[in-house]
Design a protein around this ligand. Structure first.
Ligand code: SAM
Length: 333
């Protein structure tokens, strides 16, 4: 047994243990994943994987994050679903048996937009009261959080992206880490089950930064945690940068599980983009949530270039296969 792994299993999450685990490869990495899986399976004994359908509800974004191409889209490419269009899409997902709908968009905290989201979800819940809605819309004001909670949305995700305030300001010009952290606390205060997380492999990020991300995540009162591998998105300011490292991201995910055993952790499509088989490895590293990108109309998907225009979009068949291969079960739907 590795000394750092012993320490982690005793709940010693000091920086030196985190750094050793982030660098683990081969048998050491297998042992790390094994600990993460055993904690997941103890805390989720039914072994079921939460399945979310993503609806990209708008691609308008008021930010210019260097890693993301959405903020660079010309106005002629902008779309926002109307409440009726949203309800129609949700109806199709409901007919497929989906239970959890994840609404994603660029950042836009105009009152009109937030009201549009609130009304969209209220209308959808009138027709499909059994559905569970999750939002990932960027920073909202405390009043906007309460408005959306009142609409019946149960959970919200707002990633802090990096715990290094200087790197954050470099990656998100005009934005500040403190503001984002307060917005995460506002979501919690509004009563949302809340998720947060980071991006692994941002240009200029160090292993020490990742250890800091894990420590920050551990202090937040979260029900969900996530990590994506940095993918240089075509059309973004960082399109020529190198992608993040798949295996460091997987180790980071295993550490998220070990430090926060009860949270839901997704295995994201960015892992598959970083290396074939990456999403299955995410489940082997302790994840227990999958997202299916089947909620955005085909003609609009091109206009939501989050990692790149040719980003990997996992099909339901692919998701079913990796869940089975990981020895887990799809949540009944
Ligand atoms: N715009 C909202 C926000 O900033 O919170 C939510 C939607 S955003 C598209 C969802 C997440 O995608 C971000 O929080 C970020 O972590 C991730 N993301 C965006 N571009 C990425 C990239 N190039 N590589 C990896 N993750 C990325």
């Amino acid at each position: 047994m590795y000394e750092w792994l012993n320490a982690l299993s005793r709940g010693d999450f000091d920086r030196q243990q985190l750094l050793a685990a982030l660098g683990a490869r081969g048998p050491a990495q297998e042992a790390l994943f094994g600990l993460a899986r055993s904690l997941r399976d103890q805390n989720f004994p039914h072994r079921s994987v939460e399945t979310r359908s993503v609806v990209e509800i708008s691609n308008f974004c008021s930010r210019g994050c260097l890693y993301c191409a959405i903020g660079c889209l010309p106005q002629s490419e902008h779309f926002t679903l109307t409440p009726d269009e949203f309800v129609e899409i949700v109806g199709l997902l409901h007919a497929r048996g989906r239970k959890h709908i994840l609404l994603q968009s660029g950042e836009n905290n105009s009152e009109e937009w937030v009201e549009n989201v609130g009304v969209s979800v209220e209308k959808a819940l009138q027709v499909y009261p059994d559905l569970d809605f999750i939002i990932n819309l960027g920073v909202l004001t405390p009043t906007q959080c309460l408005r959306l909670r009142r609409a019946g949305i149960s959970r919200a995700i707002l990633k802090f992206e990096t715990s290094n305030a200087r790197l954050y300001a470099d990656m998100k010009p005009g934005d500040q880490l403190d503001v984002r952290l307060q917005a995460i606390r506002d979501l919690v205060a509004a009563g949302f089950g809340t998720g947060s997380g980071n991006i692994v492999g941002l240009p200029g990020q160090t292993l020490d930064d990742l250890a800091g991300d894990l420590t920050l995540l551990h202090t937040l009162p979260l029900t969900m945690a996530s990590s994506t591998v940095f993918i240089p998105g075509r059309g973004s300011a960082l399109q020529d940068a190198s992608a993040g490292e798949l295996h460091t991201t997987l180790n980071y995910m295993a550490l998220m599980r070990i430090m926060n055993p009860k949270v839901l952790i997704p295995t994201t499509s960015s892992l598959e983009k970083a290396g074939p088989g990456g999403q299955l490895l995410g489940l082997m590293a302790g994840a227990n949530t999958v997202t299916i990108h089947d909620g955005t109309p085909r003609e609009l998907k091109e206009k939501y270039p989050i990692y790149s225009k040719d980003r990997f979009m996992p099909s339901e068949e692919h998701i079913r296969r990796i869940v089975l291969d990981a020895g887990l079960v799809m949540e009944e739907f």
